[in-house]
Write a protein that binds this ligand. Sequence first.
Ligand code: NAP
Length: 530
Amino acid sequence: MGSLPFTVSDLQTSTNGARSSPTLLCTPLMGTTVDQMLIEMGKAKEIGADVVEIRLDCLRTFNPRQDLEILIKRSSLPTLVTYRPIWEGGQYEGDENKRQDALRLAMEMGANYIDVELEVAHDFNSSIDGKKPDNFKVIVSSHNFHNTPSAEAIGNLVARIQATGADIVKIATTALDITDCARIFQIMVHSQVPTIGIVMGERGLISRLLSPKFGGYLTYGALEAGAISAPGQPTAKDLLDLYNFRLIGPDTKVYGIIGKPVGHSKSPLLFNAAFKSVGLDAVYVHYLVDDVEKFFNTYSSIDWSGCSCTIPHKEAALKCMDEIDPIAKKIGAINNIVRRPDGKLIAFNTDYIGAISAIEDGLRGLNGTIPSAGSPLAGKLFVVLGAGGAGKSLAYGAAQKGARVVVANRTFERAKELADKVGGQAMTLAEVENFHPEEGMVLANTTSVGMKPKIDLTPISKEALKHYCVVFDAIYTPKDTRLLREARETGAVVVYGTEMLIRQGFEQYKNFTGLPAPEDLFRQLMEKHA
Ligand code: NAP
């Protein structure tokens, strides 16, 4: 019982050694009238769906012969007809014979598929025995709205479904944890009959996105975000445009961002566009992870090729790694994990590389700077405001480049702890106001002071800024903070938090792929989706 790690062979082929045909994208039609459904059909075709699911139970009034004739005959896409009863999560609560009659009628009228529930499938399939038209298939489905059973229990369920004479097996379970998807992937890979495996709910998203990797027969994509037919369903448009659904196959390497929450992350947009631009067989998904250790133990084969790591897992993920970049280890936080060809996980912190390289470029851009081979930070007095996650990255990064580091923090003890670790000096935020042992210092704000919505605040007075030649602000909402505006007015070169954000992404891409990042593409997408 429980989640089993994949082996390489699991990921690459089905049991007969051949990849099943490409996974279909099916868009459910949820209109409450026939006319609405016809409009939805047009939209589904336009978006690029392969099949439409006509959800008869959504219709407010239904005249079987007349309505099915219109819906099936007028559809320019193959049709899957479903008439889901209330006892299986649908909306139909009428007579069971009438419901099954309508499904038989749909078959006679040329529907390509009908979906019938396991509970009634045996009798239903007997009733159409010998009458099935060519190119018509029966999907026998089972829905579990509570959890995802053990691999063994799911295997037994598949056997029961197959025994009904199903052409296609459909199993939909509910994800309590992202690792539940692994058991459904396993079933899809090993099933002898075409199988639709779906794990419902936010934590089941990858079961839908990665269906083509594991040979799923079909996956569902909603017409609009608000019109889903089951929890956790992505839109067809996101499947196609955001996650490059059509490009996913058995050998596709899977990357993603682990976090909680994670749905807001724009990283999939950047990485998937980048992979596509250079023809890499890779996809980058959102991983909503509760338990990092369980996640890495479950998705442990080499096709789970790496991930970005965000709040709250940047520290907890450390203990799951086989190797940690020395500076990331000192910082005590990682945001980039790569699986090496030998299966081992190696972790980096690209936040500090992104920020430090942006500040170095800021220093190089100063008037009268003589280009040198080493870091322009070497020997500089570098004042870090803040001693949290970003503060640590900046302090360690600057120290590594040979800067003399000062850490100033509201809570002095945290400043002291960090300053001691990087061999620097500690002070309170208030003390920074009168701190100017020399001119031309570098300032890096890593406190959240000045971040949206409190954009009128700033961590240091404009007067004190005149001793700095370069001022960096880690805050990127807004891009142009009060601190940076005032620094510009005092004549300093300013470095935006958005630069740190984008450059840490370049580093992650390099670590994932071994290739240079498509920097212009990343910048364009960031600009467009800011
Ligand atoms: P964190 O670990 O929670 O640290 C927050 C820091 O801000 C602490 O030093 C804290 O001081 C200080 N602080 C908070 N409220 C303050 C106040 N009212 N007055 C003075 N100091 C205050 O957060 P983090 O992850 O380091 O993030 C900090 C900022 O950096 C955020 O704005 C975040 O968006 C940004 N960031 C940007 C990037 C990027 O790519 N550009 C990456 C990471 C973070 P105490 O120790 O006294 O509480």
